[in-house]
Write a protein that binds this ligand. Structure first.
Ligand code: Z5A
Length: 218
């Protein structure tokens, strides 16, 4: 087993993942841990190009669900081998803003691809590299919509193909996350993301502390 720890953050858009990844990284670094912060899709030069193709490229309008599934996992296969495995082997704590549960939720439940085929593609991309802990930040749809509205009002508009999906798609994604979390209660911990960010951070710390290696006893 590798010496490091791998923690992933999951949930619907605007659930507060990026905010909590940042807060947790700061806390871990202050305690002397070496921390690696990643996001998906992306996280490597190749992955960031794939991210652009998936989200913002002017040429992506005709993308099929199958191509989307494979591109998400091409980015992931690169990230696992280029960054995650070496970082874990070196004893780092790797925090990723999304990982393969997002594929199951978005491409499996959301795009309604066959869940067994989705699982096969994920297994091929990640092999034995699995999170030690996954924090599933749950927020009601109205909360997430309100947060995204207020963030958008402060930023210039950037087209995002995935956000162009209809409301039913995002409802299936949210239901998918709930089903995924219920299936794997040992790994995936439910966190109420609708609370103030400081409270969410306290709950996350309680869960993370349990899986941290004690210094000198790796
Ligand atoms: N995707 C996929 O389809 N398949 C896959 O396998 C993978 C991904 C890996 C990535 O988009 C897209 O790719 C995503 C899923 C899909 N698509 N969609 N739609 P992204 O990386 O651009 O964005 P995101 O992952 O969806 O996250 P986000 O929208 O940036 O939200 P967040 O990171 O969860 O939240 P945040 O940025 O921390 O917070 C959002 C706002 O709320 C912000 O203004 C905060 O200041 C505020 N906030 C945060 N926490 C709180 C609390 N507790 N109270 C009040 N306000 C808060």
């Amino acid at each position: 087993m590798s010496k490091g720890r791998f923690i992933t953050f999951e949930g619907t858009e605007g659930c507060g993942k990026s905010t909590q990844v940042k807060l947790l990284a700061e806390r871990l670094k202050a305690l002397g841990h070496k921390v690696r912060v990643l996001r998906e899709p992306g996280g490597t030069p190749i992955g960031e190009e794939i991210r652009h193709t998936l989200k913002h490229s002017q040429q992506n309008h005709a993308m099929t669900a199958e191509a989307e599934l494979l591109l998400m996992n091409a980015s992931r296969a690169q990230l696992v081998r280029e960054i995650i495995r070496p970082a874990l082997a070196a004893g780092e704590i790797v925090l990723s803003d999304r990982f393969y549960d997002s594929t199951t939720a978005y491409q499996g439940y959301g795009r309604e691809l066959d869940l067994e085929q989705v699982k096969s593609v994920i297994d091929f991309a990640v092999g034995s590299t699995r999170p030690h802990l996954t924090l599933f930040l749950h927020v009601p749809a109205e909360v997430s919509e309100e947060r995204l509205r207020s963030r958008q009002s402060t930023l210039p508009f950037v087209r995002d193909r995935i956000e162009e999906a209809d409301r039913k798609f995002f409802e299936r994604v949210a239901a998918g996350f709930a089903a995924i979390a219920a299936n794997e209660p040992e790994r995936i911990k439910f966190v109420n993301g609708a609370q103030p960010a400081e409270n969410v951070c306290v709950r996350i710390w309680e869960l993370v502390e349990n899986i941290l290696p004690k210094f000198g006893r790796w």
